[in-house]
Design a protein around this ligand. Structure first.
Ligand code: HSE
Length: 314
């Protein structure tokens, strides 16, 4: 990914939409419209220090072990033992508690930047494992559906936690992702705490069919199949009460011709997939529903396939 050995490097890591409705904790896609930028510098002090946090979020812990970027780079240094420490400057472009993979992007950006300082850089799978350690600090769980797309880019399925296997899945042609972020804060931990520990057997079968159908529809460009399978029958119904207006925003997207619409990650952002020509109308219809509840929002209509994290300076 890089020759390594730099004294200072800066990486950009995109936002991401976790779960994609049908793939709780294992499926996600990158959202290049916004992201976090992290600069890593070689430091004489051992370990990881966080020298600044700026951008759209500033009140994050400076203690490296409690910071997603800091913890991820600690995991990298524990393996690499390079004989120097790393100082991090974090510029947040993703709002906290937005459901857009902000903690994952900080962790991914940090390991990509820190990796460029090493004489022998790690490969992406190792970086994924380090970033997952960081993500766990924020969400309390080792889930991969934000870190993997932020690192690799595009629609990404990740199987396994200790030895993750990553598959970049082709997005159906002519389909855009619409993402709307209402200006609300929802902690991932809270949105995970409401989830039941058990699943009804018929829902399990239904969701399994939906995930299998969704993935096969992406490979075969079958939009009818995609529309049929684009439904989360387990998680969404348990979380939707955490998002004011969710049912109406979803209905607006579906009435506008969306192939499917669900919660982005843990929420409160909501995403839809929609054929290209309808995307601007669907964004506007979803935002109008939030506005009707007095909620400001931002909306994007973007390509599903986009680049993952990259060095922008080293
Ligand atoms: N898969 C995670 C969840 C994503 O839904 O809790 C958190 O951003």
């Amino acid at each position: 990914m890089t020759a390594g050995g730099a004294k200072r490097a800066t990486a950009f890591a995109p936002a991401s939409v976790g779960n994609v409705g049908v793939g709780f904790d294992i499926l996600g896609f990158s959202l290049d419209a916004l992201g976090d930028t992290v600069t890593a510098s070689v430091s004489d002090a051992q370990g990881v220090s966080i020298t600044s946090i700026g951008g759209v979020v500033a009140d994050l812990p400076l203690d490296a072990a409690r910071n997603t970027a800091g913890r991820a780079v600690q995991a990298l240094l524990e393996r690499a033992a390079p004989g120097f420490g790393v100082a991090l400057q974090i510029d947040k472009g993703i709002p906290l508690g937005s459901g857009l993979g902000g903690s994952a992007a900080s962790a991914v950006g940090a390991v990509v930047a820190a990796n460029a300082l090493l004489p022998s850089p790690f490969d992406k799978i190792d970086l994924l494992k380090f970033a997952m350690q960081g993500e766990a600090v924020a969400s309390g769980a080792l889930h991969v559906d934000n870190v993997a797309p932020s690192l690799f880019g595009g629609l990404v399925l990740t199987v396994g936690v200790d030895n993750p296997r990553v598959k970049q899945i082709p997005a159906p042609s002519g389909v855009r992702a619409v993402v709307v972020h209402p200006h609300l804060f929802l902690a991932t931990r809270e949105a995970r705490s409401v989830l039941s520990r058990s699943v009804d057997m018929s829902d399990f079968v239904w969701q399994t069919a939906n995930l299998a159908g969704f993935i096969s529809a992406c490979y075969t460009n079958d939009l009818d199949m995609l529309r049929e399978c684009f439904e989360d029958v387990i998680i969404e119904r348990q979380r939707q009460s955490l998002i004011p207006g969710f049912a109406e925003v979803r209905a607006a997207a579906m009435n506008g011709g969306a192939l499917g619409c669900s919660i982005s990650g843990a929420g409160p952002s909501i995403f839809a997939w929609v054929e290209e020509q309808r995307a601007p109308l669907v964004v506007a219809a979803m935002q109008a529903q939030f506005a009707a509840r007095g909620l400001e929002s931002e909306g994007w209509a973007v390509e599903i396939e986009s680049a993952g994290a990259r060095l922008i300076e080293s």
